[in-house]
Write a protein that binds this ligand. Structure first.
Ligand SMILES: NC(=O)C1=CN([C@@H]2O[C@H](COP(=O)(O)OP(=O)(O)OC[C@H]3O[C@@H](n4cnc5c(N)ncnc54)[C@H](OP(=O)(O)O)[C@@H]3O)[C@@H](O)[C@H]2O)C=CC1
Ligand SMILES: CC(C)(CO)C(=O)C(=O)O
Length: 304
């Protein structure tokens, strides 16, 4: 396959390295106007992949068989819209990010849309990407045209197992959203690794119960107890992790809260439900974002 990867950070480079090993033809798409994308990944088995791949070729983009989007949720729709006119109308666009809501923003996209959620874990260490833990990537259609692309699961599975195709991806997306609604803002508010949420079991249950009620109204027959058990399994299996939201807050970066808790609150409102514990977490994270934005603005070289 000829694949363009939009967003060459931790997850993007993981896929670039894995697909390159399988002999696929690749390019990265970068924000900076560069013609090469440096990929430097140390695999979960310790094996290193280091290579300069082509970047930012419009011709390559126009002939791509897949656009794999591994941006943060709030970066997705603008960046995809900027490339859509160059992409072939039949080229599937696979969005792989935490949170939900980008499909709504991309409703007018003419290309087939595929959604992905992953439990693969990778982090940046200096100029290198470390594949911290293998996991499962669930993919499925994000619009009508996306239904025809179940065949994508095969080459992706060969490159970076496990990959599973779902004719309806909504249940997998919502379960991942539920874990992120509980773990990400709570760890960012309490400034703790995921595992320490065990000390806040009562709050975890309250937040999770609200998510379960919204999921039920969205048509997912989940019980509050099942969802809570699932969230605890994620907490325990990632106990040492610093969640991506806490990392963003600590580094004074914008967070994905609008696409995680923000999306949940929008869906709750649409069903006439209130979700006060989630609303409180949302406000606490937005306050941190605003404080960080003020610090960044004050430190900006333009002010000096
Ligand atoms: N890392 C992980 O283990 C996991 C991540 N995820 C999710 O996957 C998504 C990606 O995460 P991750 O890879 O960690 O994030 P990163 O921030 O590492 O990667 C995003 C990359 O996109 C680049 N970028 C931003 N805007 C543009 C643009 N307009 N055009 C081209 N490139 C751009 C960024 O560059 P720059 O640095 O210049 O901004 C950065 O290199 C997120 O939603 C995350 O929550 C899900 C599961 C696990
Ligand atoms: C599952 C979890 C919470 C793991 O840390 C995650 O996806 C994140 O940090 O964004």
């Amino acid at each position: 396959m000829k694949v363009t990867v939009l967003g060459c950070g931790a997850i993007g480079q993981l896929w670039l390295a894995a697909l390159a090993r399988q002999g696929h033809e690749l390019q990265g798409w970068l924000r900076a106007p560069q013609t090469l994308c440096h990929v430097n990944v140390t695999g979960a088995n310790g094996m290193r992949f280091q290579q300069d791949l082509p970047a930012n070729s419009r011709e390559f983009l126009a002939n791509s068989d897949l656009l794999l989007v591994t941006l943060k949720a709030f970066q997705v729709s603008l960046a995809v819209k900027q490339l859509a006119a160059t992409l072939n109308a039949s080229c599937p666009v696979l969005l792989m990010h935490n949170g939900m809501g980008t499909v709504e923003e991309l409703h007018a996209l003419r290309q087939p849309l595929i959604l992905g959620v992953t439990t693969q874990a990778a982090r940046r260490e200096g100029s290198a990407i470390i594949h911290v833990a293998s996991g499962i990537t669930h993919i499925g259609p994000g619009n009508e045209a996306g239904h025809a692309h179940g065949g994508l699961a095969g080459p992706l599975q060969h490159a970076l197992p496990d990959v599973t195709w779902h004719d309806n991806i909504s249940a997998a997306s919502w379960r991942k959203l539920a874990a992120n609604c509980v773990i990400n803002p709570m760890t960012a508010v309490f400034n703790c690794p995921n595992g320490e949420l065990r000390n806040r079991a009562c709050d975890v249950k309250t937040v999770c119960n609200e998510v379960a009620r919204v999921m039920q109204r969205e048509g997912h027959p989940v019980t509050a107890d099942d969802l809570l058990n699932y969230v605890w399994r994620v907490v325990d299996s990632t106990a040492e992790n610093i969640s991506s939201m806490l990392q963003d807050v600590r580094s004074q970066r914008h967070t994905e809260i609008d696409y995680i808790t923000g999306y949940l609150l929008r869906r709750a409102r649409a069903h006439g439900l209130s979700a006060p514990a989630n609303a409180r977490l949302y406000e606490q994270i937005k306050r941190k974002e605003r404080a960080n934005a003020r610090i960044n603005a004050a430190c900006s070289p333009l002010r000096k």
